[in-house]
Every structure is written in C-alpha cells, then in structure tokens.
Design a protein around this ligand. Structure first.
Ligand code: A8S
Length: 216
C-alpha cells in the first residue's frame, strides 16, 4: 500500500495547497472474465461457465491479461464519461466528442444542496495496465481551483477471495477564506462518499453474478 502510494501518488503541493490520500478495500475483483475469451475457447468456456457464468466474477491467474475484460471495480473507475455510475453527488455528465482520450473534457452536474452546480473536468491519465486514472478540474462554479486527482486500483486478497485496493489522492488550492484543514476535510468527505459508493456498487455487481470467483 505505502509502496503504491510512493510510486503512483506523487503530488508536489505548493504552500497554498493541500493534499491527502484515501484508501478503500473492496470485496470485489478488479476484473471479470472476458466475454470474448469465453467464446473463443469453447472448451474452457464450458468448464468456466460451470463455475462462472458469462458474467464471470473472478479472474483465474492463468488467463492472460489481454483476454480479461475490465468489468468490475476498474471498469467503474475508468468510465470517465459516466462518473454517476458510482459517484453519489453526480446527477449528469456529458462528454463532448465520441472518443475518450487524454485531454477529453466532461461537464459534470452535481445534485442540489451542494456548494456548486457544475464542474468541467479533464482526463489527464488513463492507464489500463497499471490501472491509473488521473483527472483535473478545469472549470465550473465550485471553489476547487487547480484540483488534480489520481485514483489507482490494485488486486488484493480479502479473506482468501479476490478483492481490490483503491487509492485516491488529490492536491488542490486552499480557497481564500478557508484553512488547509477545512479544505482537506471537505474534499476528503466527498471522496469518502465516492469510495464507499464504489464499494457498494462493485460488491453488488460481484454478488449479482451467480458464481463464485475461480480459484486456482
Ligand atoms: C470527485 C471529487 C470531488 C468532487 C467535488 C472533490 C464536487 O463534485 C462536489 C462538490 C463541490 O463543491 C465541488 O472525484 C465539485 O468527484 C461533490 C462540484 C467539483
């Protein structure tokens, strides 16, 4: 954990900025078995489908990475165009252009009752091998200037079953009239809600597949 943070969550906060890192352990796998993979190898498919349906649930280590689809925790995290799949404060999200690429912008609307209504956010980093998503806030009517976040996803074993460690870190300017502590507290509260919801949604997805993870 400390290793992942050191390697992937390096922020260089200036004096007027605050930074923090949050972690969440989720009882759901990073990936699910890929659908095309099951079709491509009927023999294995029939064996696998005995244990895991087409929706799959766990990923046996013997399946090469390229044949594994990202359909669980990582798929939720990486869906830059659909943060509302797990973020409880997001009411709507629109991405212009049909391609998701570095530099893509999303227009996020948040629910009423929050100190903001919209946020324009840019995709900075999307790494499907290392499972890294980087996002910057570049506009909107909120007070989080120069907000930059990194979220990474790592497989881990929880009670002997496939689980996921999610690490989210951020750096942001401290707005005029607020202290570092207040700013950190506010952002951490939002991220905690997001990560709790991410866990609920992905644990629900994992349980919904009428299977148990493949052990090896
Ligand atoms: C995220 C992280 C944050 C989102 C914040 C911190 C926000 O969506 C909310 C309230 C605000 O005042 C700012 O990953 C903003 O979403 C819930 C609208 C940006």
């Amino acid at each position: 954990e400390a290793d992942h943070v050191r390697r992937l969550h390096r922020h260089a906060p200036a004096d007027h900025q605050c930074t923090s890192t949050l972690v969440k352990h989720i009882k759901a796998p990073v990936h699910l078995v890929s659908f095309p993979f099951l079709l491509l190898i009927p023999l294995l498919a029939s064996y696998v489908s005995g244990i895991a349906s087409l929706h799959g649930s766990g990923v046996p280590c013997s399946i090469p990475d390229a044949l594994v689809s990202d359909r669980c925790v990582w798929e939720l995290v990486r869906s830059f165009d659909q943060p509302q799949r797990y973020k409880p404060f997001v009411s709507r999200c629109i991405v212009r252009g049909d391609q998701l690429e570095i530099g893509s912008l999303r227009e996020v609307n948040v629910k009423t009752g929050l100190p903001a209504t919209t946020s324009t956010e840019r995709l900075e980093q999307l790494d499907d091998d290392e499972h890294i998503l980087g996002v910057k806030f570049v506009g909107g009517d909120h007070r989080l200037q120069n907000y930059s976040s990194i979220i990474t996803v790592h497989p881990e074993s929880i009670d002997g079953r496939p689980g996921t460690l999610v690490i989210e870190s951020f750096v942001v300017d401290v707005p005029d009239g607020n202290t570092k502590d207040e700013t950190c507290y506010f952002v951490e509260a939002v991220i905690k809600c997001n990560l709790t919801s991410l866990a609920e949604v992905s644990e629900r997805l994992a349980v919904q597949s009428p299977t148990s993870p493949l052990e090896h």
